[in-house]
Structure formats: structure tokens, C-alpha cells
Design a protein around this ligand. Structure first.
Ligand SMILES: Cc1cc2nc3c(=O)[nH]c(=O)nc-3n(C[C@H](O)[C@H](O)[C@H](O)COP(=O)(O)OP(=O)(O)OC[C@H]3O[C@@H](n4cnc5c(N)ncnc54)[C@H](O)[C@@H]3O)c2cc1C
Length: 337
């Protein structure tokens, strides 16, 4: 059996982008199935809770964690197939997401360029089906390989079995007990560019027209202008999901707020949570050591030294204000631990 190094009483502040101070009773880096089998076989941890923390960019820590934090560190990219149309890459969970995007853009593999600049690791990308600038990672995923904690078996999930939805997948529900080891992407070699979202087409044109590298550069510069850098101001990106309401509810809201942005989606009408928070008067609102970001109302920020509880109290304040003003319920996108 492999020997596993467990760090005790580990400080998690440098490992979460909100910059919240909290400790875990145990912390362990893992590479593969063998490491996980050894960890779960260790009698000192049997029966204790565990949680996967990768880049810590979508987690709000609300206190010390009495359990074991599992942290993926394997970072290999393997080409498993190539035909005239596409390349298939199997990528290990511990690679930084944006390193994969940069690699694909450099090599002419399409599909991920609109997702440039998203923090976090590859293994977390399927969990909430990351998305930005009109793209979602689900459209590039062929398969996800995960270790099932209950059986100790590594299982492959096809794209359909991942049951991807808006910021959602089976890994947030029935498969919470699975640890993702690798993600397999099928990426077109003659990509179809998608630049119709927001300011993207203008930025791309200014860079000389659509190409993988122009789209990446444009997305990175739009993101840098709009989103706070977690190294400067702790945050986890969008704190809330964009709410989806029925067509009737959207119509009623549009009567009162004709400038309200709406997007038709298969399940109804998606509203922009940032717009709702802004129009509820909360953009730039500050509550002690936490606040609503002054440029992007969907982002809650830690001005320094805040606790997870303070962030949650602010989130509650935002939820109540939006419900009172618009009758719409906001749901957090971030995972509260
Ligand atoms: C500035 C900023 C901008 C952002 N912009 C976007 C954006 O545009 N679009 C977007 O979708 N998201 C965005 N995010 C959110 C976040 O970056 C993504 O959700 C990212 O995929 C999280 O990756 P992570 O490695 O940090 O995951 P973590 O925060 O470590 O974990 C997130 C969740 O996934 C689970 N998890 C992580 N790794 C694994 C694994 N290997 N196996 C099983 N479960 C796992 C964790 O248990 C947790 O529940 C942003 C965040 C920040 C800070």
C-alpha cells in the first residue's frame, strides 16, 4: 500500500480565492486512484468527512473543516486520438484550467478559447459546467473519469451521463461522492468561432478578426477590465447563478423594467443576476469587511480579513433585496463549506 503524506491543521487561506482564513484537520495531495485508495484505507481517517478542493476558486469556507481536504496534483495532457476533424485529449484533474486553454490555443485546437482566464483546475471544470462568453465546457467534454468513494472503482462518465446543465452536473448531486481524476476533451481542428456575446466581437475585430489567439486575448482583456483579481481582492467570481424564470414572469418584469436583459433558454427565460443586484441599488454596497464589487455586482468581495459568515450575511442581504424589489430568488453558485 502506498504511503500518503497527510498535513495536519492545514491553513487554507492561501488555497481559496476568497482569501478566507480557515484550517482543515487534514490535507492531502493526490495523483491517482492508488493514492485515493490508500487515503480512504487509512484507519485514522475512516468515517471522517472529506472534500475535494482544487483551485479553491468556487468555494466559500465558513469555518474550520473537521475532515480531510483532497487536493489533486496530477497535471498531464495526453493525446489519445486524432482524426481529420478533431483531437481528443485526456487531461489530469490537477492542471490549471487556463494552462490547458493556452495549450489548446497555441496548438490550434478549438472549443476552449472563450473560456480563457477562468481560475481553477481542469478536474473542477465539469462539476459546475464552467461557462463564459457564450460557451460552456460541456460542449467539448467526451468523458469524465472519477473515483467512486463508495466502491473504490474508477468509473467513466459519458457526456450524457454527466447530465450537464447551467452551472450544474451530476457531480453536484448523486455523484458528490466521486473524485474526478481526468477529463477527456474532443476539440475541433477547424473550429467554428463564437464571438457574438457581449463586447467580444468588437474586441476581436480590434485585434484583426477572429482566430483562436485573438479570441483568447480579447476574453482575457475583457475579464481583466471587469473582474477583480483575487490576488488583490478576495472573491470567487459570480457569487450567484443567473436566475431562470417562466416566460410569464419575465413578461411581467419587462412591463415594469423594459431595459431588463433577458435570454431565452430551453427551461424558460434567464435573467442577469448582476443587473438585478445593480438595480436593487447594491452595486458597490459595502458591509464591513465585505461588499458587492463596484464594477460587477454579481461578485462579492472580501476587503481583507473577512470570515465566510460575513460573506454569507452579505449574500443574504442581497438575496432579500432582490426578492423584495423583483420577486426573484437568487441562488448561490459558489459552494459553501
Ligand atoms: C475571478 C473569478 C472568475 C471566475 N469566472 C468564472 C467564469 O467565467 N465561469 C465559471 O463558470 N466560473 C468562474 N469562476 C468560478 C471558478 O473559477 C470555477 O467554478 C472553477 O471551475 C472552479 O475550479 P476550482 O479548481 O477552483 O474548484 P474548487 O473551488 O476547488 O471546487 C469547486 C467545487 O468543485 C468540487 N471539485 C473540485 N475539484 C474536484 C474534483 N477533482 N473532483 C470532484 N469534485 C471536485 C469541489 O469539491 C467544489 O464543490 C470564477 C472564479 C473567480 C475567482
Amino acid at each position: 500500500m502506498k504511503r500518503i503524506e497527510i498535513e495536519h491543521n492545514k491553513e487554507l487561506k492561501p488555497l481559496n480565492t476568497f482569501g478566507i482564513a480557515a484550517r482543515a484537520s487534514g490535507f492531502v495531495a493526490f495523483r491517482d486512484r492508488g493514492d485515493l485508495a490508500a487515503i480512504f484505507a487509512d484507519p485514522s481517517w475512516s468515517g471522517k468527512s472529506w472534500y475535494v478542493m482544487s483551485g479553491g476558486s468556487n468555494i466559500l469556507l465558513t469555518g474550520d473543516y473537521d475532515g480531510l481536504i483532497l487536493h489533486p496534483v496530477a497535471r498531464a495532457i495526453e493525446e489519445v486520438e486524432r482524426d481529420g476533424e478533431a483531437v481528443t485529449l485526456r487531461v489530469q484533474a490537477g492542471l490549471a484550467w487556463d494552462e490547458l486553454v493556452a495549450y489548446c490555443v497555441t496548438n490550434g485546437y478549438g472549443g476552449l478559447e472563450n473560456l480563457s482566464g477562468i481560475p481553477g483546475f481542469v478536474g473542477a471544470a465539469p462539476v459546475q459546467n464552467i461557462g463564459a462568453y457564450g460557451a460552456e465546457v460541456k460542449d467539448t467534454i467526451a468523458e469524465v473519469e472519477a473515483y467512486r468513494f463508495d466502491t473504490g472503482v474508477v468509473q467513466s462518465f459519458t457526456n450524457a451521463e454527466c447530465r450537464f446543465g447551467y452551472r450544474d452536473s451530476v457531480f453536484k448531486h448523486e455523484e458528490r461522492g466521486s473524485v474526478i481524476l481526468s477529463v477527456t476533451f474532443r476539440l475541433p481542428l477547424r473550429p467554428h468561432f463564437s464571438i457574438g456575446y457581449g463586447d467580444l466581437s468588437r474586441e476581436v475585430e480590434a485585434l484583426g478578426g477572429a482566430s483562436l489567439s485573438a479570441i483568447r486575448q480579447a476574453v482575457l482583456s475583457i475579464r481583466a477590465a471587469k473582474l477583480p483579481d483575487p490576488k488583490v481582492l478576495g472573491n470567487s467570481g459570480s457569487f450567484f447563478k443567473n436566475p431562470v424564470v417562466s416566460e410569464q414572469e419575465a413578461e411581467a418584469l419587462r412591463c415594469n423594467y423594459p431595459d431588463m436583459p433577458v435570454y431565452l433558454v430551453p427551461t424558460g427565460v434567464k435573467l442577469a443576476a448582476g443587473w438585478l443586484i445593480d438595480r436593487a441599488g447594491l452595486k458597490g454596497y459595502r458591509q464591513g469587511r465585505v461588499g458587492v464589487h463596484e464594477k460587477q455586482a454579481l461578485v462579492l468581495v472580501n476587503y481583507g480579513g473577512a470570515t465566510g459568515g460575513e460573506v454569507l450575511a452579505l449574500a443574504d442581504h442581497v438575496i432579500v433585496a432582490v426578492r423584495e424589489r423583483f420577486g426573484v430568488s437568487l441562488v448561490p453558485e459558489v459552494n459553501v463549506l
